[in-house]
Design a protein around this ligand. Sequence first.
Ligand code: GLC
Length: 530
Amino acid sequence: MGDATWWQRGVIYHVYPRSFMDGDGDGVGDLPGLLGRLDHLTWLGVDALWLSPVHPSPMADFGYDVSDYLDVDPVFGTLEDLDRLLAAAHGRGLRMLLDWVPNHTSDRHPWFQESRSSREDPRRDWYVWRDPGPGGGPPNNWLRYIGDSAWGWDERTGQYYYRVFLDSQPDLNWRNPGVQEAMFDTLRFWLARGVDGFRIDALPSLVEDERLRDNPPNPDYRPGVDLPYLRQLPVWNNDQPETRELAARMRKVVDEFGDDRVLLGELVLPMEQTVAYYGPDGGGIQVPFNFELVSGAWDARSIAGYVDRYLAALPAGGWPNWVLGNHDSPRVASRVGPAQARVAAMLLLTLPGTPILYYGDELGLTDVPIPAEQARDPIARLVPGRGRDPARTPMPWDGGLGAGFTSGRPWLPVGEANRPLSVAAQRDDPGSMLTLHRRLLRLRRQAPALAGGGYEPVEADGDVLAYLRTGPGERWLVALNLGPHPARLAVPGLEPTGRVAAATDPARQDRPVAGELRLAGDESVVVALG
Ligand code: GLC
């Protein structure tokens, strides 16, 4: 696809700024630190970076509680540091995206301070305030993420406010035109500074039913397995029609700045609802996140079936995308094991569409166990066992005391299992996870068909997942063994002859392939077909 835009061809690298690189020795990553490590991203071969929030914040939810959308929190640096980082990224041919948190602000945001000051305040309606229900208590049965009522009581003004996350993250009232314009202006502020787009946080939570109808129970709820809020079906406080309309308006704002800015959307929804966010005629979110590789079953038949259903569900012109890890989920190497994590990397980087790669997954980092008393994530306390710190630990750069991440004491431990996986340790090792990523990323650049070409499933059984990626003059066979046992791929009509262009086992690199393809357990290859 010669005319694919940068975000279609490219690979987006997700940086959790607190944990990427500390420039000033306070143990927390920052923008000057990140700037000093941009070479890693160009060397690795990604195309864009998306930063989790860096705005001023009391850090109750580590930046996902914004108290000023138009500045940078001192822990990360200054507005000038952000401008410098953006210029440096652009200078290296990297695009840069920010995280935009429109559903809620911090309770310290001046808007909420004003809103909660009295019922008559002009900003009262900027948040979702309601009287108690008929018998007293919350206005309806809606639950928030941690499983209790989504309504917080405000003693002073005698009303409830709606918050789907923490008490200190009140939901904005997106039905109010003043809120809409003020928030759209925050997008314009960063677009005018040259930011290439945004990842929109918690998008489905944006609007609630005006009549506050009660949610029905979820008949499929699995106690102890599902998060507690899932005991209800969030029919009336999630993915409302107005939210989809607002998503299209966000897109219009972004388009005011040209046609190469992009919106990614965090949409934790069933697939059919997720793809609705592409919008009628493609006027919605260009990259509505597809989380199946994070949350779905890890076996060949489930993934093959899902890929087919997902690609078939895309609206005309809808560009696919794949998320393998993020700051809210266990690390892929912990979910599927280190051997399968290599297979997962090959899958992520050869499926059709835009891959989103979480920092440190290129090293094969695993979750770092964090004892309850050292937990930093509030969710660890509120929903025991669900804390997100283990996947947010510092990037190990080298074998130094602070792993090259900090000269001070890191805000979360680097983790003994992750120390030996540092960039320095893996850089020149032909068999390393890092080298595998680099090779796959280089291959993607050389082979347009891998990013934007045709996709044809190849019939396989058992643990093998196989497909062709095709384009003018290019034909690639991707064969992945998602199980621990040796397997063969013998497909009538397909006689692979070619050369191994990328392999999870470095010994196989560049070797010829003829006839039947044999895969060791946990082995995967990309074959350039002759
Ligand atoms: C999103 C973020 C998560 C945050 C939540 C509330 O799900 O990814 O980290 O806690 O929104 O903003």
